[in-house]
Design a protein around this ligand. Structure first.
Ligand code: SF4
Length: 202
């Protein structure tokens, strides 16, 4: 990754009270998460292809953490309950649809549980993003979310909005229900942004 760009990004996030760490591989991120998060903590997981690649839910469960991950649900009611419990955990771990060099974290959610947990509730939040999620400005990050992340996610989730065929957003309703931009934090120890020098997720 371009060193100047990374330095600028780190400086801009620091000014907004968001701590950034850079990693060469997802394996390194996984080791740090397992070291950093106490075994006695409760953990919420936001759906993310990047986290699934790390198999982080199973690793945390196996060593004794209580983990609320909607992917563990056997039905809709269980999924709702897991998402609700994840809102008040000690730690929340997730990915993001895009971040910008100018210091913003941008996400689109269908139901809003993931962005709600990032915004408020869990004491600490870890967001893991691959280098492919970095845009220059907040406007570019929104464009990435709408034209790259949303069509791919909609397809994965079994929806068929117009962007799946067109590969660009035409602004339909009912799928991308919540657009969130994290501009900063009051507590500098709350959100940790882990950037990986790999292509992760979409
Ligand atoms: S076309 Fe609809 S589903 Fe696709 S990115 Fe735009 S708002 Fe989201």
């Amino acid at each position: 990754m371009n060193e100047d760009k990374l330095k600028k990004l780190m400086k801009n996030f620091k000014q907004r009270n968001i701590e950034v760490e850079y990693f060469e591989s997802l394996e390194d991120v996984k080791s740090l998460i397992l070291d950093m998060v106490p075994i006695e903590s409760t953990i919420g997981i936001g759906h993310s292809a990047t986290l699934q690649k790390m198999d982080i839910t199973n690793l945390l469960l196996e060593r004794g953490n209580i983990v609320y991950d909607k992917e563990l649900a056997k039905n809709r009611e269980e999924s709702k309950e897991l998402k609700r419990k994840a809102l008040t955990t000690d730690w929340y771990i997730t990915g993001s649809n895009a971040i910008s060099v100018d210091g913003r974290i941008v996400n689109v959610d269908h139901s809003g549980n993931r962005v709600a947990s990032i915004i408020y509730g869990p004491d600490k939040v870890i967001i893991v993003v691959g280098k492919n999620k970095i845009a220059d400005t907040v406007d570019d990050a929104i464009k990435r979310v709408k034209n790259v992340a949303c069509p791919t996610n909609a397809k994965r989730a079994g929806y068929n909005p117009p962007c799946v065929a067109l590969n660009r957003c035409v602004g339909c309703v009912g799928v991308c229900n919540i657009l969130s931009i994290i501009e900063g934090q009051t507590d500098s120890n709350r959100i940790k942004l882990f950037i990986v020098n790999e292509e992760c997720g979409f």
